[in-house]
Design a protein around this ligand. Structure first.
Ligand code: SAM
Length: 256
């Protein structure tokens, strides 16, 4: 009930600059109806909070981001437009899916941003570098096993206002925006991905692969190598995959 109240209040107080904002008189009906059909009603995250969520997650160009329950697509759009991510929203409501896809097309972001009209419990998000959520603690609780099973070690998860209970946040930040404060929780999937060199000697054909290979020693994780070479883990993983193809790396060992 307190979660419902928090979202309802948030909806009621949201700036009326969006055409899909309902008048206050319809608010409770909207929220109740939404709860009957979906897990969470549509309440947009203010842009200033979106930007801070993406900054805290350190979204970098070329990284893959999923927004679970993407609403009007604002997180996806900002992640693609301002942070250079490949951003994917998952939205169960057809009207919001259509509206956000239209906005993506208007902005010419089709190559970087997309919305999938499906239930986030059914979607494959295993290639995520970053996951954003503005759901409810109870929904986060139901999503937790999927996130823990599917996401790679090191994946960052940023949740607006609602915690993932049982997980220890790396950062909790409070942001004051016009009329209320918002909390942002940053989490990281624990564990490491460690590339293991093979016993085969071989020549590496490009300088970047050579620099990565020099750090593949069975101890350095993909994240360690990325931070030493100022690359993203995704970029390092791509190089390591090529090195595996060339027989120079035996495997990527997952240590949970
Ligand atoms: C609180 S809104 C957040 C919107 C957006 N992420 C933001 O922060 O501005 C939650 C959204 O999740 C969508 N949603 C609820 N249950 C869902 C489900 N099972 N699968 C996909 N989307 C869902 C709702 O339709 C709504 O648009």
């Amino acid at each position: 009930m307190s979660e419902l109240k928090s979202l309802s209040l948030s909806k009621a107080m949201e700036s009326p600059s969006y055409p899909w904002d309902l008048p206050l008189v319809n608010l409770y009906g909207d929220v109740v109806l939404t709860f009957m059909y979906y897990d969470v009603p549509f309440v947009p995250t203010p842009e200033v909070v979106v930007r801070r969520m993406l900054q805290l997650a350190r979204v970098r160009p070329g990284e893959v981001l999923y927004d679970l329950g993407s609403g009007d697509g604002r997180i996806v759009i900002m992640a693609a437009k301002e942070f250079g991510a490949y951003a994917r929203g998952i939205e169960i409501r057809k009207d919001l899916y259509e509206q956000s896809m239209a906005r993506i097309r208007d902005l010419g972001l089709e190559g970087r941003a997309v919305i999938l009209n499906t239930n986030f419990f059914d979607a494959d998000i295993s290639d995520a570098d970053v996951v954003t959520m503005y759901l409810l603690t109870s929904v986060n609780e139901r999503l937790k096993p999927k996130l823990e099973k599917e996401l790679r070690p090191g994946t960052r998860i940023v949740s607006h206002d609602f915690e993932v209970s049982g997980w220890r946040p790396l950062v909790v930040e409070e942001i004051y925006e016009e009329w209320r404060s918002h909390k942002i929780y940053l989490y990281k999937i624990p564990g490491k991905e460690v590339p293991v060199p093979s016993s085969r000697a071989g020549k590496v054909d490009d300088p970047l692969a050579e620099r990565v290979m020099a750090l593949v020693d069975g101890n350095n994780s993909i994240e360690d190598i990325a931070s030493k070479l100022n690359m993203t883990p995704r970029e390092v993983r791509n190089v390591v995959n090529k090195l595996m193809g060339a027989g120079l790396v035996e495997e990527i060992r997952i240590i949970r």
